[in-house]
Design a protein. Structure first.
Length: 367
């Protein structure tokens, strides 16, 4: 089975997935760019072992996208049985979809997630053109399915896949105990009894300002934000809020993050926009109770309200603070929530993600 997969970047979690999928099919992956201009160079840390990877080159359009007519060469190659397009919004993806629609070629459209927005009717019409018409759709969960149907996809052709960065052996069997957390905190130089963790790039839409503002009400808890050294804006915000218990840690790969996940007591994702939220998967796989906004695409699929975490309205610092106050008040509650997180997330493995794609390929081929 020869499979062609077009995507924008060799993200580490995608390369891991492609290496596993490549054990089941003869896989060729086309990348638009080698790395994102706004990503730490260490982000690109995996090698293609079980698949063929090709870089299309072309004209750089943004940090993560290019326009390349070279994609047409591979679309015309009739040796491929299945073509999967990993998005619809970059110029190269648009060109690929336009070409296949004009030539009545069947393909699978896959997205990480999405939120329908209030927009000009013309923009909606353009999106509907590029999203509707695929033979099959692969989405990450409820938000992705809703996004597809909003833009004209046949809901009967939508399949869900377990979008993840983790293998089965990355999953904990039980949350770390309090003594284990205390030991890890000491190793990491965390002096506070409790630790709140957030992970992501220091971008405005990540809304760390909300977490910093909430942190000042928990002076005995250290709030650790991993993803970059603090810039002037965040340092001034910490000073203005008097949140001296906030610490920034530079970018870490997952292997370096694990100790922080397991030392932490609560994970918070205050983002204004995240079509999925891979770090939520990773936090839950390490037995953490979680707080995320309703603008985190993974939240409706992964968070069971009041059982393993809370979903709060985006931009609402008060709700984040309330969630932290509740979870930080009881070791037993946090342990129970963390245990439920592990139960919910156990199916989100790369092995299952591969099975989902093989099932989609079989459906596409009429098997």
């Amino acid at each position: 089975m020869n499979v062609l997969y077009l995507t924008n970047l060799p993200a580490p979690y995608r390369v891991d997935f492609f290496n596993e999928l490549g054990k089941e099919v003869n896989l060729t992956v086309l990348y638009e760019r080698q790395t994102a201009g706004d990503r730490d160079a260490r982000w690109r840390s995996r090698n293609a072992e079980n698949f063929r990877e090709l870089y299309l080159g072309g004209v750089k359009i943004s940090a993560a996208a290019s326009f390349s007519r070279n994609v047409l060469h591979y679309l015309k190659d009739n040796s491929f049985d299945v073509r999967i397009i990993g998005g619809y919004s970059t110029p190269t993806e648009m060109l690929a979809i336009r070409y296949m629609k004009r030539h009545n070629m069947r393909y699978i459209l896959s997205i990480d997630g999405g939120f329908p927005a209030k927009e000009h009717p013309l923009l909606k019409k353009i999106k509907t053109y590029f999203i509707s018409g695929a033979a099959l759709y692969l989405g990450t969960g409820k938000n992705a399915a809703g996004y597809f149907t909003h833009y004209g996809a046949d809901r009967n052709k939508i399949l869900q896949y377990h979008f993840t960065s983790l293998f089965e052996n990355d999953m904990l069997a039980a949350p770390p105990t309090e003594p284990e957390k205390i030991k890890l905190k000491k190793e990491l130089g965390i002096c506070a009894k409790k630790m709140v963790l957030s992970v992501g790039r220091l971008l405005p839409l990540k809304r760390y300002d909300l977490l910093i503002e909430a942190a000042k009400d928990f002076p005995d808890t250290e709030v650790v934000i991993v993803g970059g050294t603090a810039d002037r804006y965040h340092l001034e915000l910490i000073d203005r809020m008097g949140a001296k218990n906030v610490r920034f840690i530079d970018f870490l790969p997952y292997s370096g993050l694990v100790r922080y996940f397991r030392a932490a007591d609560v994970f918070v994702m205050p983002s204004d926009s995240d079509v999925w939220g891979m770090v939520l998967v990773e936090a839950m796989a390490n037995g953490l109770p979680v707080i995320a906004t309703d603008s985190c695409g993974a939240a409706p699929d992964l968070i069971l309200e009041g059982k393993n975490g809370m979903i709060v309205p985006k931009g609402n610092m008060m709700k984040i603070r309330e969630g932290l106050a509740f979870l930080l008040s009881s070791d037993h509650t946090r342990y129970c929530f963390g245990k439920k997180s592990l139960s919910v997330i156990k199916e989100y493995t790369i092995e299952n993600e591969v099975r989902d794609h093989i099932q989609a390929i079989d459906t596409f081929m009429g098997r």
